[in-house]
Design a binder for this molecule. Structure first.
Ligand SMILES: [Zn+2]
Length: 399
């Protein structure tokens, strides 16, 4: 998925700084979305990886022990739709490390996210932020980025039009399939991991312009050639069809204009192996939110994978309670939501062999809650500790 050599060098040079030893002791653990809850469990992480899990695991001398009798522990949560586009991220290469760590806490890690997917931003800046996190200097989540999103020709969304002119000028609006492929390759050269297409661009409220199919197809093919996942913002039926027919892997939102979005289409989307990020909080003020929830749940019932994501960063209110509330209203069980946060994104990003569950050999990424979501769907927001590669990267302020 990523270019092999730069990442390999990164891992070798940063392992000692970032990956750590830690024992989470005496906790209640959900090893996966389908596993039984097990009390009084110790998880031992060495060099950033889980090396032992069980009820009688001794903590070796010299390993920090987090006494966790009142903790409910899960594999690290993913947020698969965020953006590092607010002005405070500009100059990420040179901002003070503590400031960046604090901003990442407020936006993401205090909500339990150990991995995030940035679905469009300024590529050089987000890659610089990621580099400082991976070096261990800044504490933050694992970041996948789309780099710059691709828009239909002469059809920027109305909500980006008040960006500074120098930013607007950088937003790719390829006119031809060849230009689209070139824009994707430029993102990849800058360090992007996924492709983001606006297959339905909302140029004015109620006015959606689809991306021409040939352009979307060329962009998706250029991403797939490099093993990348392709995300799309569909908006309506036409944008959803372009996404499906061009080979898009993940809808970054549910469609929001629902005319023509029926069971036959949802079946086709499932047959095309598409996944969906509902982003229900984003639509929670819309008059048709109940119908959007029904589309999301029906897609899930038909076998379509859902991934958790909130559009945090575009939404500058970072509270994720409303997303969990909407998912529960849609009919998702807490175990369904847990799958969206852990195993489903790990599978979609082809890292399920070493992320997404709590078992020996997996990454030492854990999200620790104070309340069991079996009893309250909003408990997913009651984060005590966020642990990445065995290092506590955020902990709840003492009350
Ligand atoms: Zn977004």
């Amino acid at each position: 998925m990523r270019k092999m050599f730069p990442i390999l060098m990164l891992v070798l040079s940063s392992q000692s700084l970032r990956a750590q030893d830690l024992a989470v002791v005496g906790a209640t653990v959900y090893a996966s979305p389908t596993a039984e809850r097990v009390a009084d469990t110790t998880i031992l992480i060495r060099g950033g990886k889980i090396v032992s899990v069980g009820q009688h695991v001794p903590v070796p001398q010299g390993v920090d022990a987090l006494q966790c009798a009142n903790c409910i522990v899960f594999a690290g949560f993913w947020n698969t739709h965020v953006h590092f586009t607010e002005p405070k991220w500009v100059g990420a290469a040179s901002q003070p490390a503590d400031k960046l760590t604090q901003q990442l806490r407020e936006m993401l890690t205090l909500s339990g996210f150990t991995t995030v997917v940035d679905t469009a931003s300024i590529p050089d800046n987000t890659v610089a932020l990621r580099r400082r996190i991976e070096s261990g200097e800044v504490m933050g989540p694992r970041i996948y980025t789309a780099g710059a999103g691709l828009f239909p020709p002469h059809a920027l969304p109305y909500y980006v039009k008040d960006m500074p002119p120098e930013v607007l000028a950088q937003l790719p609006q390829p006119d031809t399939p060849a230009e689209a492929a070139a824009d994707v390759r430029k993102n990849i050269a800058a360090g992007a991991d996924i492709v983001k297409l606006f297959t339905g661009s909302i140029v004015a409220p109620g006015h959606i312009v689809p991306m021409p199919l040939a352009i979307a197809t060329a962009a998706a093919a250029a991403g797939h050639e490099h093993g990348q996942l392709v995300f799309a913002h569909p908006s309506d039926l036409a944008g959803t069809r372009v996404a499906m027919e061009s080979g898009v892997d993940v809808l970054a939102h549910s469609p929001e204009a629902l005319e023509g979005i029926d069971d036959a289409l949802l079946h086709q989307m499932v047959a095309h192996h598409m996944a969906m990020i509902p982003t229900l909080k984003l639509f929670s003020g819309d008059s048709n939110i109940a119908a959007i929830r029904s589309v999301v749940f029906r897609f899930h019932q038909l076998g379509g994978p859902l991934l958790f994501g909130t559009d945090t960063g575009f939404l500058t209110d970072y509270d994720v309670k409303e997303e969990y509330r909407q998912l529960a209203l849609a009919g998702l069980s807490y175990r369904g939501v847990l799958g969206m946060l852990t195993t489903a994104p790990a599978q979609r990003f082809r890292v399920a062999d070493h992320e997404g569950r709590i078992t020996v050999g997996m990454a030492g990424d854990l999200t620790v809650l104070s309340v069991d979501p079996a009893t309250d769907p909003l408990a997913f927001t009651r984060v005590l500790f966020t642990i990445r590669d065995g290092r506590v990267i955020a902990s709840a302020p003492a009350r």
